[in-house]
Design a binder for this molecule. Structure first.
Ligand SMILES: Cc1ncc(C[n+]2csc(CCOP(=O)(O)OP(=O)(O)O)c2C)c(N)n1
Length: 359
């Protein structure tokens, strides 16, 4: 199915306001929405439900895009806002980890529970699986149900449903690629320091550059990496390096305040900021205009720096090693990645086991 055809069907049925957090399944659709329609970049799926509630309150029916891994983030507003106030809302949910379809391990649980969750939350849905000609009528009927009964309903999108298109994302003119920033950082970090890395391409690149048994790759649970590191630090008091993404930090920005409140001595929190959700197709995050190091500073991180070069990275890390206070190293990087690099060969449970045996 062509992305533009799908968007046009939604518009024909009166859905003209879009928000959400991306999944690579609808990379082409979101690219089209960002460039041609009223698409609001939300920082988390729960927040997107709030935005959608406001749009409904103003008399329109919004569509909220999310990966099924992100559906869990909607559950509180879904039950105590959208359903409670009977806001007519369309959810567009990707189906990663669909049983029988090859996918990354972090999607297995959300994939096998998705349809049960729809049942539990009483969300009527259709599964998009055919050409636009066949699906047009089903989409029309679903939107009529949303409109006439003030319901929340979902369109579930199978992994390969949308035709691939060559997408040119606007380049972020930074000096370093994320890979170069990672290589430079890793060359300065002693081998005995545990590393925690965020969801998506950053973990895959770290695995490729320097896999170590004391690397904890957060392959799923986007936004949780610094919390995992903090919890681990509470028990071990070790020096720790966290590699985060701008999208992941924005998804759970309260974490910055929690860490700043407790000031864990020894955590270096690195933000690899490419101003985009690069792992899912390079859609913009709001960090294009929001300075995350200023946010960290305002939250209470004591040692904060925005850097763009290898020398600045090396200098900052050398100083942190001598004086390892809670620190935030904000590295601006390009939004260009080789998406063909591999994923960890070990299962997440194996990665956990070897981490625990090493540390
Ligand atoms: C809760 C949740 N929402 C969405 C996703 C899909 N997803 C995986 S990686 C990613 C992008 C992460 O962006 P960022 O942290 O900036 O890292 P980048 O990919 O740009 O390096 C997204 C949206 C997810 N895994 N979990």
């Amino acid at each position: 199915m062509k992305a533009v055809d799908f968007v046009n069907i939604l518009k024909k049925n009166g859905i003209k306001d879009f928000t959400g957090v991306p999944c690579s399944t609808f990379k082409e659709v979101i690219h089209h929405l960002e460039n041609n329609e009223n698409y609001i970049i939300a920082s988390s799926e729960g927040e997107a439900m709030g935005i959608a509630g406001g749009i409904s309150l103003a008399g329109s029916i919004p569509a909220v895009f999310m990966q099924n891994d992100g559906f869990g983030n909607t559950v509180n507003p879904l039950t105590s806002l959208t359903k409670l106030y009977e806001f007519p809302t369309l959810l567009v949910i990707s189906w990663r980890g669909e049983p029988g379809v090859k996918d990354a391990p972090q999607h297995v649980w959300s994939g096998k529970t998705l349809l049960d969750l729809m049942k539990v939350f009483q969300i009527d849905y259709i599964i998009l699986e055919d050409s636009i000609g066949t699906e047009t009528m089903r989409i029309k009927e679903l939107v009529e149900k949303i409109r006439n009964k003030n319901k929340v309903c979902a369109i579930i999108c199978k992994k390969e449903i949308f035709d691939k298109e060559k997408i040119e994302q606007p380049q972020r003119d930074n000096l370093l690629s994320r890979m170069e920033a990672i290589e430079t950082t890793l060359s300065e970090i002693d081998d005995n320091i545990p590393i925690f890395s965020t969801t998506g391409m950053p973990s895959r690149e770290i695995y490729q550059v320097k896999d170590r048994k004391n690397n904890f790759y957060t392959v799923g649970s986007m936004g949780c990496t610094s919390s995992i590191a903090f919890g681990y630090h509470q028990k071990t008091k070790k020096k720790i390096v966290v590699f985060d993404g701008d999208g992941a930090i924005l998804l759970k920005m309260g974490t910055l305040a929690t860490l700043a409140f407790y000031q864990p001595e020894g955590i270096l929190h690195i933000c690899l900021d490419n101003e985009s959700y690069e792992s899912t197709g390079g859609q913009s995050t709001v960090s294009r205009k929001i300075n995350l190091s200023e946010v960290a500073k305002a939250a209470g991180y004591t040692n904060v720096q925005l850097v763009k070069t290898k020398d600045e990275i090396v200098d900052f890390i050398k100083k942190w090693k001598n004086s390892p206070m809670l620190s935030f190293l904000h590295i601006k990087v390009k939004n260009q990645t080789d998406h063909n690099i591999g994923r960890p060969k070990e299962t997440p449970a194996e990665l956990k086991k070897r981490f625990m045996e090493t540390n």
